[in-house]
Design a binder for this molecule. Structure first.
Ligand code: SF4
Length: 230
């Protein structure tokens, strides 16, 4: 092999090894929330999250996981033959190379969604991706982490999700959507914290205040009691 070829080969190999992500799980299931509710979907769960929401239901994704080449992840996604792919966590954007995975999934023709905490910058996310972005209400313990500049990055196909654990959270959410004109930017989802408030209470508050938000319950909790891998 000539010197220049060796150099090209080593650069290519360095790029390949650089394009890896730490993955907790890849699984094939039914989307349990947001606009893609009910679609058969492949989930790619990235490891790690810099937040610690008190009601977090994916703490098992904070640590561990396995390093996987991005092309290998895309190949495993393809093996399930689904049109919808959801990149989730943890906080997937905590790994910068998540942006490469999102682009490759879009290039491959999937309908791609990204579940993100709202605490990290979303400006470099491929615009073909449907962002499902949280805004953290006070009872999460992480509302100081909301990166408000992200609201400017929302596209009409994106969604804002606010998880609500109390009447105080609800009133906070109502103020935030009014202050930022959120319902005119994209779909806004209100979701009750399982076991903290009755879903019916939240539904009745939304009706009483005539809010143009979408109430949602998590379908995967009904179907599989939220076991990992579903
Ligand atoms: S941002 Fe999501 S994964 Fe991270 S602690 Fe909060 S709920 Fe859990």
């Amino acid at each position: 092999m000539s010197g220049s070829n060796a150099s090209v080969a080593s650069t290519t190999s360095a790029q390949a090894s650089a394009e890896r992500l730490r993955i907790t799980e890849i699984f094939h299931s039914i989307q349990g929330e947001a606009d893609a509710l009910g679609w058969r979907t492949v989930f790619v769960r990235l490891t790690g999250c810099p937040l610690r929401c008190v009601w977090c239901d994916t703490e098992y994704s904070f640590y561990g996981g396995n390093w996987r080449d991005i092309d290998d992840i895309v190949a495993e996604v393809a093996s399930h033959g689904a049109r919808h792919v959801c990149v989730t966590g943890g906080e997937p954007l905590a790994q910068k190379r998540c942006l490469i995975l999102l682009k490759k999934l879009c290039d491959a023709g999937y309908d791609v969604s990204l579940e993100t905490s709202g605490a990290l910058d979303v400006s470099l996310v491929d615009p073909r991706v449907r962002k499902v972005m949280d805004l953290k209400a006070p009872d999460s313990g992480e509302s100081k982490r909301n990166l408000w500049s992200n609201i400017e990055q929302l596209l009409p196909h994106d969604q804002v999700k606010i998880v609500i654990a109390s009447r105080a959270d609800y009133e906070w959410a109502r103020e935030v959507i009014a202050e930022h004109g959120l319902v005119d930017k994209c779909m806004v989802l209100f979701s009750p914290v399982h076991g903290a408030i009755q879903p019916r209470e939240l539904a009745e508050w939304i009706i009483a205040d005539k809010l143009d938000v979408r109430f949602q319950l998590q379908l995967h909790k009904l179907l599989w009691n939220d076991e990992p891998g579903h």
